[in-house]
Design a protein around this ligand. Structure first.
Ligand code: G6P
Length: 603
């Protein structure tokens, strides 16, 4: 995590760098800093806190120049302090560097540098980089050679951007952490992600691991680890810059919840053809050789993957979901007939990339189901399927979950047909309902009582989310959303599991939120009754037609009646709204919850 950015060219870098950092804050917001070259040497400003603090501190300073780098931090090594904020410099202040990732061998590098007389001013792993470069500059190497020499000594994952006093160039590289060039008319950009510079240019160059970039006013020169020139295509991204702005909404999260109908229309556009799917990337027969499917994912994407597993299993495909951070350490058996699907919004989550790599090394076929074209997952997997949800800025994932699950419904249809030789049961009705999903979501986002109901969820004794079948992953997701942004204790359970332990925690002070889909309704009703008997206020979310649940619950939040396989996606939208309004009432930092970041590029 952490976001890095750089800019070369034009009149002044300060404003564009600050704007880029604001767009990268979803990657971390413990501290922010910039370094600018302006003829008086390298000037650095960096502070604990959000980019807004840096911006207000810079308001009174004459601190601008044509070349600059910037950083927004999610702390790994050392607490969030001014001293640990990036950019970091060496002893002589000749070099300033920003870094995203972890330098695993920093302790030995730091000790060796200290023995050679270097003094350190931070606790970070990053600070070894400018010291190493300055040392080689002092030996007479030119900046690019000094940079290469430094990165040759690094072990771990990193994206680094660096400036050298008096040099009109930003030097940068990546290894396991994302880095993209933005090719502008008046200036060139570098950043961890495209939204950082989308307001300035939509022309991007995705870098590969070990690429070394020399970015100047009018050029971007890319070489490989040996110094040989490499050519990378300039792509045009079709994200609208306004999609990455908050507009009239109070929070990105609320905006993104309301964007779901549009996002889903994009996800589904051209992909349903009567009672079959039309996936451009995967014509019929694409998965004839596959005999089992494994999903690897983290966080919200893990819950979407569990939904995908449920869809496949119910139609006879061998499917299992793994928490990505556990997968590489105790890998499940794979062979060439195993399809390993990495579900990852960003396509950059280190745990998911490692799991995919482990599967690939052992011979499995890999597929990235992601939102980000050009992401590492999309580029390193054998295949990619894009969810087309548009940029998501709020740290708590909302619209991307809906688009992931909708994409998994499409993928499941293709997989089931190819693997079992028959379509999914009820395929025509389900695809019909899928086509109506955007309007069903819209009816919730335009008219929901979730804001009122959320006022019942402001206590601090815990909140339990329960569901069966496809509502189970949504119960997990509802609890995750709630805890992420309210900081209240919330747990999701398979409804039938409540009586096997968690019921001990259920009291009149612990709201239970039950999600009904139409599958297994009678048994869910029993679980709700068990909770009511212990005095718990139960909020049921289910189709309007589920009168049984409405009768036993204290509150009933309806969703449109649709195919039961898809109802849980609609219920999840109500859960997003409950979490949002509860967090808003508690005045939480909704778009930037404490300790979290949207894109976690460390393991
Ligand atoms: C982080 C975010 C979560 C996200 C998870 C996986 O933990 O805070 O919201 O679900 O990463 O991210 P991915 O980009 O792989 O979907």
């Amino acid at each position: 995590m952490c976001g890095i950015t750089a800019r070369v060219g034009g009149d002044g870098s300060l404003e564009p760098l600050l704007s880029s950092l604001q767009n990268l804050e979803y990657r971390g917001y413990d501290s922010a800093g910039i370094a600018v070259q302006n003829g008086r040497g390298i000037e650095i400003s960096k502070f604990e806190g959000e980019v807004s603090k840096l911006e207000s501190e810079l308001a009174d300073r004459d601190h601008d120049g044509p070349i600059g780098i910037g950083h927004t931090r999610w702390s790994t090594h050392g607490p969030p302090t001014d001293a640990n904020a990036h950019p970091h410099t060496g002893c002589q202040g000749r070099v300033a560097a920003v870094h995203n990732g972890i330098i695993e061998n920093y302790t030995e590098l730091r000790e060796a540098l200290q023995e050679r007389g270097h003094e350190f001013t931070s606790d970070t792993d990053t600070e070894v980089i400018p010291h190493l470069v300055e040392e080689r500059l002092a030996d007479g190497l030119d900046p690019e050679a000094a940079f290469r020499d430094a990165i040759d000594q690094l072990e771990g994952s990193y994206a680094i951007a660096m400036i050298v006093d008096g040099e009109p160039t930003v030097y940068a590289t990546r290894n396991g952490s994302p880095l993209v060039i933005g090719v502008g008319d008046d200036a060139n950009y570098l950043a961890s992600d495209v939204p950082a510079f989308l307001e300035f240019t939509d022309r991007v160059v995705y870098l590969e691991d070990d690429d070394v970039v020399a970015l100047t006013d009018g050029d971007h020169r890319i070489t490989d680890a040996d110094g040989d020139p490499v050519s990378r295509p300039v792509d045009t991204v079709d994200w609208d810059p306004e999609d990455a702005e908050k507009g009239s909404y109070d929070h990105y999260m609320l905006k993104e919840i309301h964007e779901q109908p549009v996002a889903l229309r994009q996800t589904l556009h051209g992909r349903i053809d009567g009672d079959d799917v039309a996936l451009e990337e995967f014509p019929p027969g694409s998965f004839d050789d596959v005999d089992r499917v494994q999903f690897v994912a983290c966080g919200t994407s893990y819950h979407a993957a569990l939904y995908g597993e449920w869809l496949l299993s119910k139609d006879g495909v061998d499917a299992t979901t793994y928490i990505a951070s556990e997968y590489a350490a105790s890998p499940a058996p794979v062979d060439e007939d195993t399809l390993v699907v990495g579900v990852t919004q960003s396509g950059e989550t280190a745990d998911t990339l490692e799991a995919l790599e482990s599967a690939r090394e052992r011979g499995a076929r890999t597929l990235a189901l992601t939102n980000v074209i050009g992401s590492t997952a999309a580029r390193t997997c054998d295949d990619a399927l894009f969810i087309r949800a548009g940029p998501e800025i709020g740290v708590a994932a909302t619209k991307t979950f809906s688009s992931q699950v909708a994409t998994l419904v499409l993928l499941a249809e293709r997989l089931v047909r190819d693997i079992t030789g028959s379509p999914t049961s009820d395929h025509a009705d389900r695809l019909d309902a899928l086509a109506s999903l955007p309007e069903h979501v819209e009816s919730i986002t335009t008219d929901s009582r979730a804001a009122d109901i959320s006022q019942r969820c402001l206590g601090d004794n815990g909140h339990f989310f329960i569901g069966r079948g496809n509502a189970f992953p949504v119960a997990l997701e509802g609890a995750l959303k709630f805890k992420e942004i309210t900081y209240g204790h919330a747990e999701g359970f398979a409804a039938g599991e409540l009586k096997h332990g968690p019921l001990a925690l259920v009291t009149p002070e612990t709201p239970v939120i039950a999600i009904g889909t139409g599958h297994d309704e009678a048994r869910l009703k029993s679980n709700v009754t068990e909770s009511r008997t212990r005095g718990a206020p139960v909020i049921a979310i289910a189709p309007r037609t589920a009168s049984d649940l409405a009768d036993v619950a204290e509150e009933f939040l309806p969703v449109p009646a649709t195919h039961p396989d898809l109802v849980a996606i609609l219920a999840n939208v109500q859960l997003q709204l409950i979490a949002y309004h509860a967090a808003n009432a508690m005045e939480r930092s909704i778009d930037k919850p404490r300790n979290l970041a949207k894109s976690v590029t460390v393991e």
